[in-house]
Design a protein around this ligand. Structure first.
Ligand SMILES: Cc1cc2nc3c(=O)[nH]c(=O)nc-3n(C[C@H](O)[C@H](O)[C@H](O)COP(=O)(O)OP(=O)(O)OC[C@H]3O[C@@H](n4cnc5c(N)ncnc54)[C@H](O)[C@@H]3O)c2cc1C
Length: 605
């Protein structure tokens, strides 16, 4: 069954009706673009995804990369698909013209990448990480590093990785042990072991540029002693030609439940004398620089989680429209024809939940991508600072909410297909497996919730938190002007009161009762905040949909558009009736500093 990967009508709605992306062409950076070029890039991505990746999606899922002790073997079909996408320039679409880029706004790139993500599994993960690696080096690396490593990554000759995790240092990078010793030539010798490094070895490109976190000999313990190094798989000469191996060995591949097109590697650095590493920026600032890449990766992960959620939704929707099974409860006539399962109330519930989760998540991710863009290209420095403030605060939620609710949507897609969803004839079980990584990597949900509650909520005299509340209040005020949305405006205002009461209570409790007890419920806080933010995103969508329905009389508005906007309003209603009320329970647990989990003892399990 060939199903639509995404709803093109929804893409148009999100890009042009909700976020007014067309207005970006008034910014100097985007002056060569117009809506047509945006559409062409998205269309190119869709064509490449359909032509090169969709036909091999299942093959990539069932044929994991292998390692013969010497070399990695990927399915050969991946190379052709990868090359075709690199050739199109899409992996560097947001980069500057002088670095082989198209200077495309990130919000448009998110949609283009969405098609490749849905069709390619993690086949395009190699270039997504490369782009984020190059962006970090362009922001913090010397001219020499940029010339030597960024140019070939932008042009597709090299790929890049982020090499942080170690066997003994995953969530807690403060304990990493990979070491760096300064050489007489000013470079460093790197020694240590990294695990789970995505794209850490393969033969898709000539070279691999690892960005490695390591501790310079004698540096402080903890995160203050961490530095960042470029450690290539192969050294290059002055002209950029590939030279000797850099003592980076593949120790093994991990075999994963999903995301199988991308190698997941254990790497040993410097077993034979030390891999040469080139320092990025200054010693001991490594984690700060790495956050450049991590924050970008967090939006990418939110995007991937949301769009894989959408892929499952679209697939199960098409299936439900065609699968005849059973009759409605009111029908007592066994000879009457079966109905398609979309007629069953419970199937509609599951489809509506998927729509509310995945389209809500995508709207948040696109908002985040626009904030990232505004923080550099908005027309005034005040607007840029405001965007940065909101982005810094919201990043844990932009990463976490889609990562938690994308897989929940995929779980429901499996359920809609029943037994047929559990077998690999349909891709919904693969979507679930692929998406299940997203709450884990780039900071687990638990770690993101600690960051939100213990750090983001309080820093800078709560500036990011307060700016977020103020933005939500603006939407509430707008919604109050539309009688059909009055009820939602009131409910979101109440939710905001619940959120602020809870935030005040947890801050007070952290001061009085200690952080260990209060933070044991931190995931409930990010869930609560995430639900309020998604309710906000849905109200914003509702305002656009309701305005469109009111501004045009029914017979002027095309039936498809009427259906589309009514669908948006129904998903808004679903979120406010079925999801948002849950925050009351989460708020109670937090406000009472509930100690159920905290007081559980090891030996009681
Ligand atoms: C497929 C895949 C791809 C990956 N790609 C990369 C990559 O490219 N580069 C890279 O550097 N890493 C990568 N990772 C590593 C990934 O980021 C880590 O797995 C993740 O950060 C968690 O670390 P861990 O696995 O060591 O789990 P742990 O840190 O051991 O965590 C286990 C559990 O304990 C919880 N926990 C840990 N510490 C705390 C705490 N202080 N408070 C509360 N709860 C806590 C966690 O939330 C989690 O639930 C990848 C992982 C996978 C599986």
């Amino acid at each position: 069954m060939a199903a639509a990967m995404m709803s093109e009508r929804d893409i148009e709605f999100l890009l042009y009706e909700l976020f007014d992306s067309e207005s970006l062409i008034n910014r100097e950076r985007y002056q060569d673009h117009d809506r047509q070029t945006f559409s062409q890039v998205i269309e190119t991505a869709k064509t490449l995804a359909t032509k090169h990746f969709l036909p091999i999606r299942q093959l990539l899922d069932t044929n994991q990369p292998t390692f013969d002790g010497n070399k990695v073997h990927l399915p050969k079909e991946l190379q052709a698909a990868f090359d075709a996408v690199v050739e199109s320039g899409l992996p560097s679409s947001t980069a500057d013209y002088e670095f082989s880029g198209m200077q495309l706004p990130p919000i448009i790139a998110c949609i283009a990448n969405a098609y490749l993500t849905i069709a390619g599994g993690t086949g395009m993960g190699y270039s997504a990480l490369t782009s984020a690696n190059a962006n970090l080096l362009q922001a913090h690396g010397s001219d020499e590093l940029i010339e030597t490593w960024v140019r070939p990554m932008r042009s597709g000759r090299f790929t890049g990785t982020m090499a942080m995790t170690e066997p003994g240092a995953g969530s807690g990078l403060a304990d990493l042990t990979t070491s760096a010793v300064k050489d007489s030539d000013g470079n460093y010798r790197i020694t240590g072991n990294k695990i789970f490094i995505s794209g850490g070895d393969h033969n898709l490109t000539e070279n691999i540029v690892h960005l490695v976190l390591a501790r310079v000999k004698g540096a402080a313990k903890g995160i203050k002693g961490i530095s960042l190094f470029v450690v290539p798989k192969f050294l290059v000469d002055q002209d950029g030609n590939i030279g000797a191996s850099n003592d980076v060995a593949l120790a093994g591949l991990f075999h994963k439940m999903g995301g199988r097109a991308q190698t997941s590697t254990a790497l040993s650095f410097g077993e034979n004398g030390g891999s040469i590493g080139y320092l990025v920026g200054e010693e001991n600032n490594g984690l700060k620089y790495m956050f450049h890449m991590m924050n970008e990766a967090r939006i990418m992960i939110g995007n991937s989680a949301a769009v894989i959620g959408i892929a499952g939704y679209q697939y199960s929707l098409d299936y439900a429209k065609e699968r005849p099974q059973g009759r409605l409860p009111s029908c007592k006539e066994p000879q009457s024809p079966m109905v398609n399962i979309i007629e069953h109330g419970d199937i509609r519930r599951m489809l509506l939940a998927q729509k509310a989760y995945s389209e809500g998540a995508l709207s948040l991710v696109l908002y985040g991508a626009q904030l990232a863009d505004d923080s550099h290209t908005a027309n005034s420095s005040e607007a840029q600072q405001q965007a940065q403030l909101l982005l810094d605060f919201l990043t844990p939620i932009i990463k976490t909410w889609p990562s938690e609710y994308g897989p929940k949507a995929n779980d429901l897609a499996i359920q809609v297909l029943g037994g047929h969803g559990y077998i690999n004839e349909h891709p919904v079980e693969m979507f679930y497996r692929d998406n299940r990584l997203n709450p884990i990597h780039e900071g687990t949900t638990g770690i993101q919730s600690l960051d939100l509650m213990a750090r983001k909520l309080v820093i800078n005299q709560q500036a990011g938190y307060l700016a977020t509340l103020a933005e939500i209040e603006k939407t509430i005020a707008l919604a109050h002007q539309q009688p059909e949305l009055e009820v939602y405006a009131t409910e979101l205002a109440q939710a905001l009161t619940t959120l602020t009461d809870t935030s005040n209570a947890v801050l007070q409790a952290m001061a009085q009762q200690g952080v260990d007890l209060v933070l044991s419920n931190s995931v409930k806080y990010i869930e609560l905040f995430g639900h309020v933010v998604i309710a906000w995103m849905w109200l914003r969508q509702g305002i656009v949909a309701n305005t469109a329905l009111n501004q045009t009389s029914d017979n002027e508005l095309h039936q498809d558009d009427q259906n589309f906007y009514r669908g948006k309003l129904q998903a808004l209603q679903y979120f406010y009736r079925f999801e948002l009320p849950q925050i009351t329970l989460w708020s109670q647990l937090l406000k009472n500093s509930d100690s159920t989990c905290y007081n559980m003892r090891h030996d009681w399990f």
